[in-house]
Write a protein that binds this ligand. Structure first.
Ligand SMILES: Nc1ncnc2c1ncn2[C@@H]1O[C@H](COP(=O)(O)OP(=O)(O)O)[C@@H](O)[C@H]1O
Ligand SMILES: O=P(O)(O)O[C@H]1O[C@H](CO)[C@@H](O[C@H]2O[C@H](CO)[C@@H](O)[C@H](O)[C@H]2O)[C@H](O)[C@H]1O
Length: 512
């Protein structure tokens, strides 16, 4: 079987589209999807060698005039290591109806404009049907369940069949559909069994009432693994009008400020706002002592030991990866990699000194992957925070653990560092000035945060090192992330780690 542009075609002759679930399981899925999957932005393990792809489960959905649509759960096996589970909705469409990114394979049917097997998110009927399943209170197809939150019921969000979904065009690891700038449906791609923190935290915060810096969470569509663990397939939220993500908001203004031409005051005020809103978010996350999954707990010596152990593990893994990959890095990144590799004992001293300053403050449920790309700047220059999934590389159960809120704070501070470097024309010229800007914002953000966070932070004297540990932990995560995904960015977290070793952290009122 071969089709257009060398893509394998799916031979439909003698079979019916409606029977896809029966025959799809016998089709050579690696042939059909072996090129498609690894070239998707949302496919996690691009560098692993793919061994087999199996349809684990297929749900048939009503596609109206288009005929049935299929929501397919795929089990992907690799040469070594664990299987991964992905969602791929399937539909048929004419080639011209769907962008290149959604075309899987031509269906081997006669005619000049053949039908294609396509990623179902790119046909409007899929989004519309998923939205209907979430909003209309009749029973979903067997095996699918839904969660409808209190805020959905309170706001009486109704299904409007005329809302045409559009695939969100931005960079993302899942696939989101926009419904008329009113609703946002995030279709998860890589599934992790268990309670999904995006839904859990979104629902918890939406219950706290209006006015928090988050979009309201309306509901979710889920299924279960054969072992009975939940698999969240889609999350429905309110769409928030915005001017773009915090990252692009800052990046479009900072270069002028660093070259002495722009108004730095606007950026300073935004950094202050981010600090205050982060504190508000954390107060809400730690604000219900009666909720068994969210009640705050003290950050004890045991927690501190656990954090240091986690960092030790990260150092070991990142050092191995750096040794293996350093020869492929560009000049200054390679130099910094060599520098870091030669300073293992200095890193251990840093860890020991931070740890010696003792535990303190509280442990709460956190955002977990807090950076400027998770911030939306609203029309009136307010901010809201998105995507409570946590660090995608960390197992789901660990992402739900309570931790010091300074982990989120460190995430945002690291983002200011990324920003200061990325705003330079070649990431090099003017580095000192960028470093100065970063240090100033470091103090400003922490100050604004510390003034409003109320009782969650360590007291000044015994706790000075936790922030240092969190900054190191995050920068190590980033280094691993960049080695795997964006080798051209490796120099940024490397320089962040080296700066931690060389220069004391700027002081701020809270003493962290
Ligand atoms: N509720 C929302 N309102 C408006 N835009 C949103 C909303 N949720 C997400 N977005 C946009 O979609 C992007 C991706 O969303 P996110 O939840 O971070 O997905 P992913 O987990 O796939 O990265 C965000 O960076 C933002 O630009
Ligand atoms: O895709 P996610 O939003 O879940 O996050 C991952 O990708 C981010 C990059 O897109 C990465 O963030 C790192 O780079 C950002 C600039 O592009 C910077 O603002 C962040 O501070 C830095 O951590 C994130 O770490 C990763 O989980």
């Amino acid at each position: 079987m071969s089709g257009e542009g060398g893509r394998p075609a799916l031979d439909l002759r003698g079979r019916s589209w409606e029977a896809l679930p029966e025959w799809f399981s016998q089709s050579p899925l690696p042939d059909l999807l072996g090129d498609f999957l690894p070239s998707r932005r949302w496919f996690g393990s691009k560098s692993r060698s793919l061994r087999s792809v199996m349809a684990e489960r297929i749900f048939s959905l009503d596609g109206g005039g288009r005929g049935p649509l299929f929501l397919c759960l795929l089990q992907v096996a690799f040469g070594e290591g664990e299987n991964e589970r992905y969602v791929l909705p399937l539909a048929r469409a004419r080639g011209g109806e769907v962008p290149e990114a959604g075309l899987i394979a031509p269906l081997d049917s006669p005619g000049e404009d053949p039908l294609w097997l396509v990623d179902g998110f790119f046909v409007a009927e899929t989004g519309r049907e998923l939205l209907r399943l979430l909003l209309v209170p009749d029973s979903p197809p067997a095996g699918l369940e839904r969660v409808r939150t209190e805020v959905l019921k309170k706001r009486q969000v109704a299904f409007d069949p005329d809302l045409v979904p559009r695939v969100f065009g931005g960079e993302q690891s899942n696939t989101s559909l926009l419904f008329g700038r009113r609703l946002m449906l995030k279709g998860y791609r890589k599934l992790a069994p268990g309670i999904n923190p995006d839904l859990e935290v979104g629902e918890f915060l939406s219950r706290q009432g209006e006015g928090l810096p988050i979009p309201a969470t309306y509901g979710a569509l889920l299924t279960k693994t054969p072992q009975g663990e939940p698999l969240v397939l889609g999350l429905l939220q309110e769409f928030v009008e915005n001017q773009g993500e915090g990252w692009s908001w800052f990046l479009s203004r900072l270069p002028a400020v660093l070259s002495g031409e722009g108004d730095g005051g606007i950026l300073d005020r935004m950094v202050e706002r981010l600090g205050r809103e982060t504190a508000r978010l954390h107060r809400a996350l730690g604000g219900d002592p009666s909720d068994p999954d969210f009640s705050p707990r003290p950050f004890t010596g045991e927690d501190l030991a656990g954090l240091c152990q986690e960092i030790d593990g990260r150092i070991a893994r990142v050092f191995r990866a750096l040794e293996e990959r350093k020869s492929g890095l560009s000049g200054s990144a390679r130099e910094r990699a060599e520098d870091l590799l030669s300073r293992r004992s200095r890193l251990d001293d840093f860890l020991r000194d931070c740890r010696a300053r003792g535990p303190g403050g509280m442990r709460i449920r956190c955002h977990g992957d807090f950076h400027l790309g998770q911030v939306l700047v609203t029309r009136d220059e307010g901010v809201i925070f998105l995507d409570f999934e946590g660090e995608p590389a960390v197992p789901l159960a660990l992402r739900r653990l309570r931790t010091t809120p300074l982990q989120d704070v460190a995430g945002m501070l690291r983002s200011f560092h990324y920003l200061s470097v990325s705003a330079l024309p070649d990431r090099t010229t003017g580095r000192e000035r960028a470093e100065g800007w970063y240090r100033e914002q470091f103090g400003r953000y922490l100050g604004a945060y510390g003034r409003e966070v109320e009782g969650l932070l360590p007291e000044p004297a015994p706790a000075g090192g936790i922030l240092g540990l969190c900054l190191l932990r995050k920068a190590l995560y980033e280094l691993a992330y960049e080695i795997d995904n964006r080798p051209g960015w490796v120099e940024i977290p490397l320089s962040g780690i080296l700066a931690l070793l060389d220069a004391p952290l700027p002081e701020f009122g809270g003493g962290v």
